[in-house]
Design a protein around this ligand. Structure first.
Ligand code: LMR
Length: 408
C-alpha cells in the first residue's frame, strides 16, 4: 500500500521522447528533426562565440559572487530584455509604463504570467492557437486556468494562416479572455500573420476587451533582425494595448539549459506598477524564489556592450541564413524528385520549423523505414538539416508520400 497507488502513467512529452528515440537509434544513418535547438552544418549544438567570450569574462570577474538575485531578477538584464522586445524608443518605456520580470526561460515567464493573471486578476479563460507549441495548454492549466480553448490558426488545406476563422474565433471569445499569440516564427507552423492581419487581430482584441499575452521565443532568430521580429508586439503597444510578453533567450543566445527568460509587462497607467510588482514578487517567491544569475549576466553584457551586441547580431544572422539555405535545399530536392504534393510552404515558412503537412502515418513510416525523426504532427526542425543529409531526407520524404498516401 502506497500513498501513490493508482497514479496513471502520463503520456511521454513528445519532443523529448522523440529526441531520446533518435539518440538510442543504432542505425548507421539517422536524422534528428525533432527538438527545437539549433544545429551547425556539422549537426552539432553551437555555443555562440560571443556567449563563450562573455562567460570567460564573467568567470574571471572576481567582483561577482553567487549571492541571491532580487526576487524579480537581475535589474540590468530585465531592462535590456524589455528594451530588446519593445524597442529602445518605445512609448511604453518612455512613459514608465513597462518593466521586466526575470523568469526561468520562456516557459517560466509563461507560467509566472499565467499564474499572476489567474490568481491576482481572476482571469481564468485562455485561448491558444490551433495548433500551438505542445506546452502552452499544460502551462496555463497548471497555473490555474479553468478553460484553455483553441482559436483557429492554420488552414490545413491551403497551408496558410486561416485569418478569417482566427478573427471569428476571437470575436466569439468572452471578455477578459487571455489570448496567447506567438510574437514571431509561430511554433509549429513557421507561418506568421501578415502586418495587415496583425492589425485586424489587434483591432478585435481591443474592441472585445480581451487580454494580450505574447510569447516570443525566437526574436532575431526568425528573420535575422530582432527589430523586424518584434514588429507585431510593438504595433500592439502603439495601439495602446496592455499586455505581458514572455521572452526566451534559449534559441537566440543558444542558452537552452541556462533558463534565461523575461516577462515584459506593459500597462496603461504607471500607478498600477507597485501593486503588480509586489504581487508578482509573491508569485515568483512561491515558485523559484529568485532566479539564476549566470545566463542573465551573459545576456545583459552582450545586449549592453555595443561590440558584443554586434557580434550577437552577426551570430543570429548566420543562424537564420543557414536555416533559409536548408529550406531552399529541401524544396529544390523535392521539386527535382517531383515529389507528389505541394511543397512551396517550406520556403514561405520562417524560423526553426516547417509544418510539412506530413500525416501521422507518414511520420511513423519516415521513422521506421528511414530513421528520420520528427514530430507526429509533421513538424520538422529545419536546423537538423545540413548539406550532407538534406538529399537523404528529401528522398525519404519522397518515398514516404508515394508509399503512404494522404491528400497533400
Ligand atoms: C520545441 O518546440 O521543440 C522547443 O521549444 C523545445 C520544447 O521545450 O518544446
Amino acid at each position: 500500500m502506497s500513498f501513490f497507488d493508482g497514479i496513471p502513467v502520463a503520456p511521454p512529452i513528445e519532443v523529448f521522447h522523440k529526441n531520446a528515440l533518435y539518440l538510442n537509434e543504432t542505425a548507421p544513418v539517422k536524422v534528428n528533426l525533432t527538438i527545437g535547438a539549433y544545429r551547425t552544418e556539422e549537426g552539432q549544438p553551437w555555443v555562440l562565440p560571443v556567449v563563450h567570450e562573455t562567460e570567460v569574462e564573467i568567470a574571471n570577474d572576481t567582483t561577482l559572487n553567487h549571492e541571491y538575485l532580487p526576487v524579480l531578477g537581475h535589474e540590468g538584464f530585465r531592462k535590456a530584455a524589455t528594451e530588446l522586445v519593445l524597442g529602445e524608443n518605445s512609448p511604453a518605456i518612455k512613459e514608465g509604463r513597462s518593466f521586466g520580470v526575470q523568469c526561468l526561460s520562456g516557459t517560466g515567464a509563461l507560467r509566472a504570467g499565467a499564474e499572476f493573471l489567474a490568481s491576482v486578476c481572476n482571469m481564468k479563460t485562455a485561448y491558444v492557437s490551433n495548433p500551438t507549441w505542445g506546452n502552452h495548454k499544460l502551462v496555463f492549466k497548471k497555473a490555474g486556468f479553468t478553460a484553455v480553448n483553441d482559436y483557429t490558426f492554420w488552414d490545413y488545406d491551403n497551408k496558410r494562416v486561416h485569418i478569417e476563422k482566427l478573427l471569428a474565433d476571437l470575436e466569439a471569445a468572452p471578455e477578459k479572455s487571455v489570448i496567447i499569440l506567438h510574437g514571431c516564427a509561430h511554433n509549429p507552423t513557421g507561418m506568421d500573420p501578415t502586418q495587415d492581419q496583425w492589425k485586424s487581430i489587434c483591432e478585435v482584441i481591443k474592441r472585445k476587451n480581451l487580454f494580450t499575452f505574447f510569447d516570443i521565443a525566437y526574436q532575431g532568430f526568425a528573420s535575422g533582425n530582432p527589430d523586424a521580429d518584434a514588429w507585431a508586439i510593438r504595433y500592439f503597444v502603439d495601439q495602446g494595448m496592455e499586455m505581458v510578453v514572455s521572452q526566451s533567450f534559449a534559441k537566440n543566445f543558444g542558452l537552452y539549459n541556462e533558463r534565461v527568460g523575461n516577462l515584459t509587462v506593459v500597462v496603461n497607467n504607471p500607478a498600477v506598477i507597485a501593486g503588480f510588482q509586489s504581487q508578482m514578487s509573491l508569485v515568483i517567491r512561491a515558485n523559484w524564489s529568485n532566479p539564476p544569475a549566470h545566463g542573465a549576466r551573459i545576456v545583459h553584457k552582450v545586449l549592453t556592450t555595443p561590440a558584443r551586441r554586434e557580434q550577437w547580431n552577426q551570430a543570429i544572422q548566420s543562424m537564420s541564413s543557414r536555416i533559409k539555405e536548408m529550406r531552399a535545399a529541401l524544396l529544390n530536392k523535392l521539386t527535382e524528385l517531383q515529389t507528389p504534393g505541394t511543397w512551396g510552404h517550406i520556403t514561405q515558412q520562417i524560423g526553426m520549423f516547417s509544418y510539412t503537412g506530413l500525416t501521422a502515418a507518414q511520420v511513423d513510416h519516415l521513422i521506421a523505414e528511414h530513421k528520420v525523426f520528427l514530430l507526429s504532427d509533421g513538424r520538422i526542425n529545419i536546423c537538423g538539416l545540413n548539406t550532407k543529409n538534406v538529399d537523404y531526407v528529401a528522398k525519404a520524404i519522397d518515398e514516404t508520400v508515394r508509399a503512404v498516401k494522404s491528400n497533400i
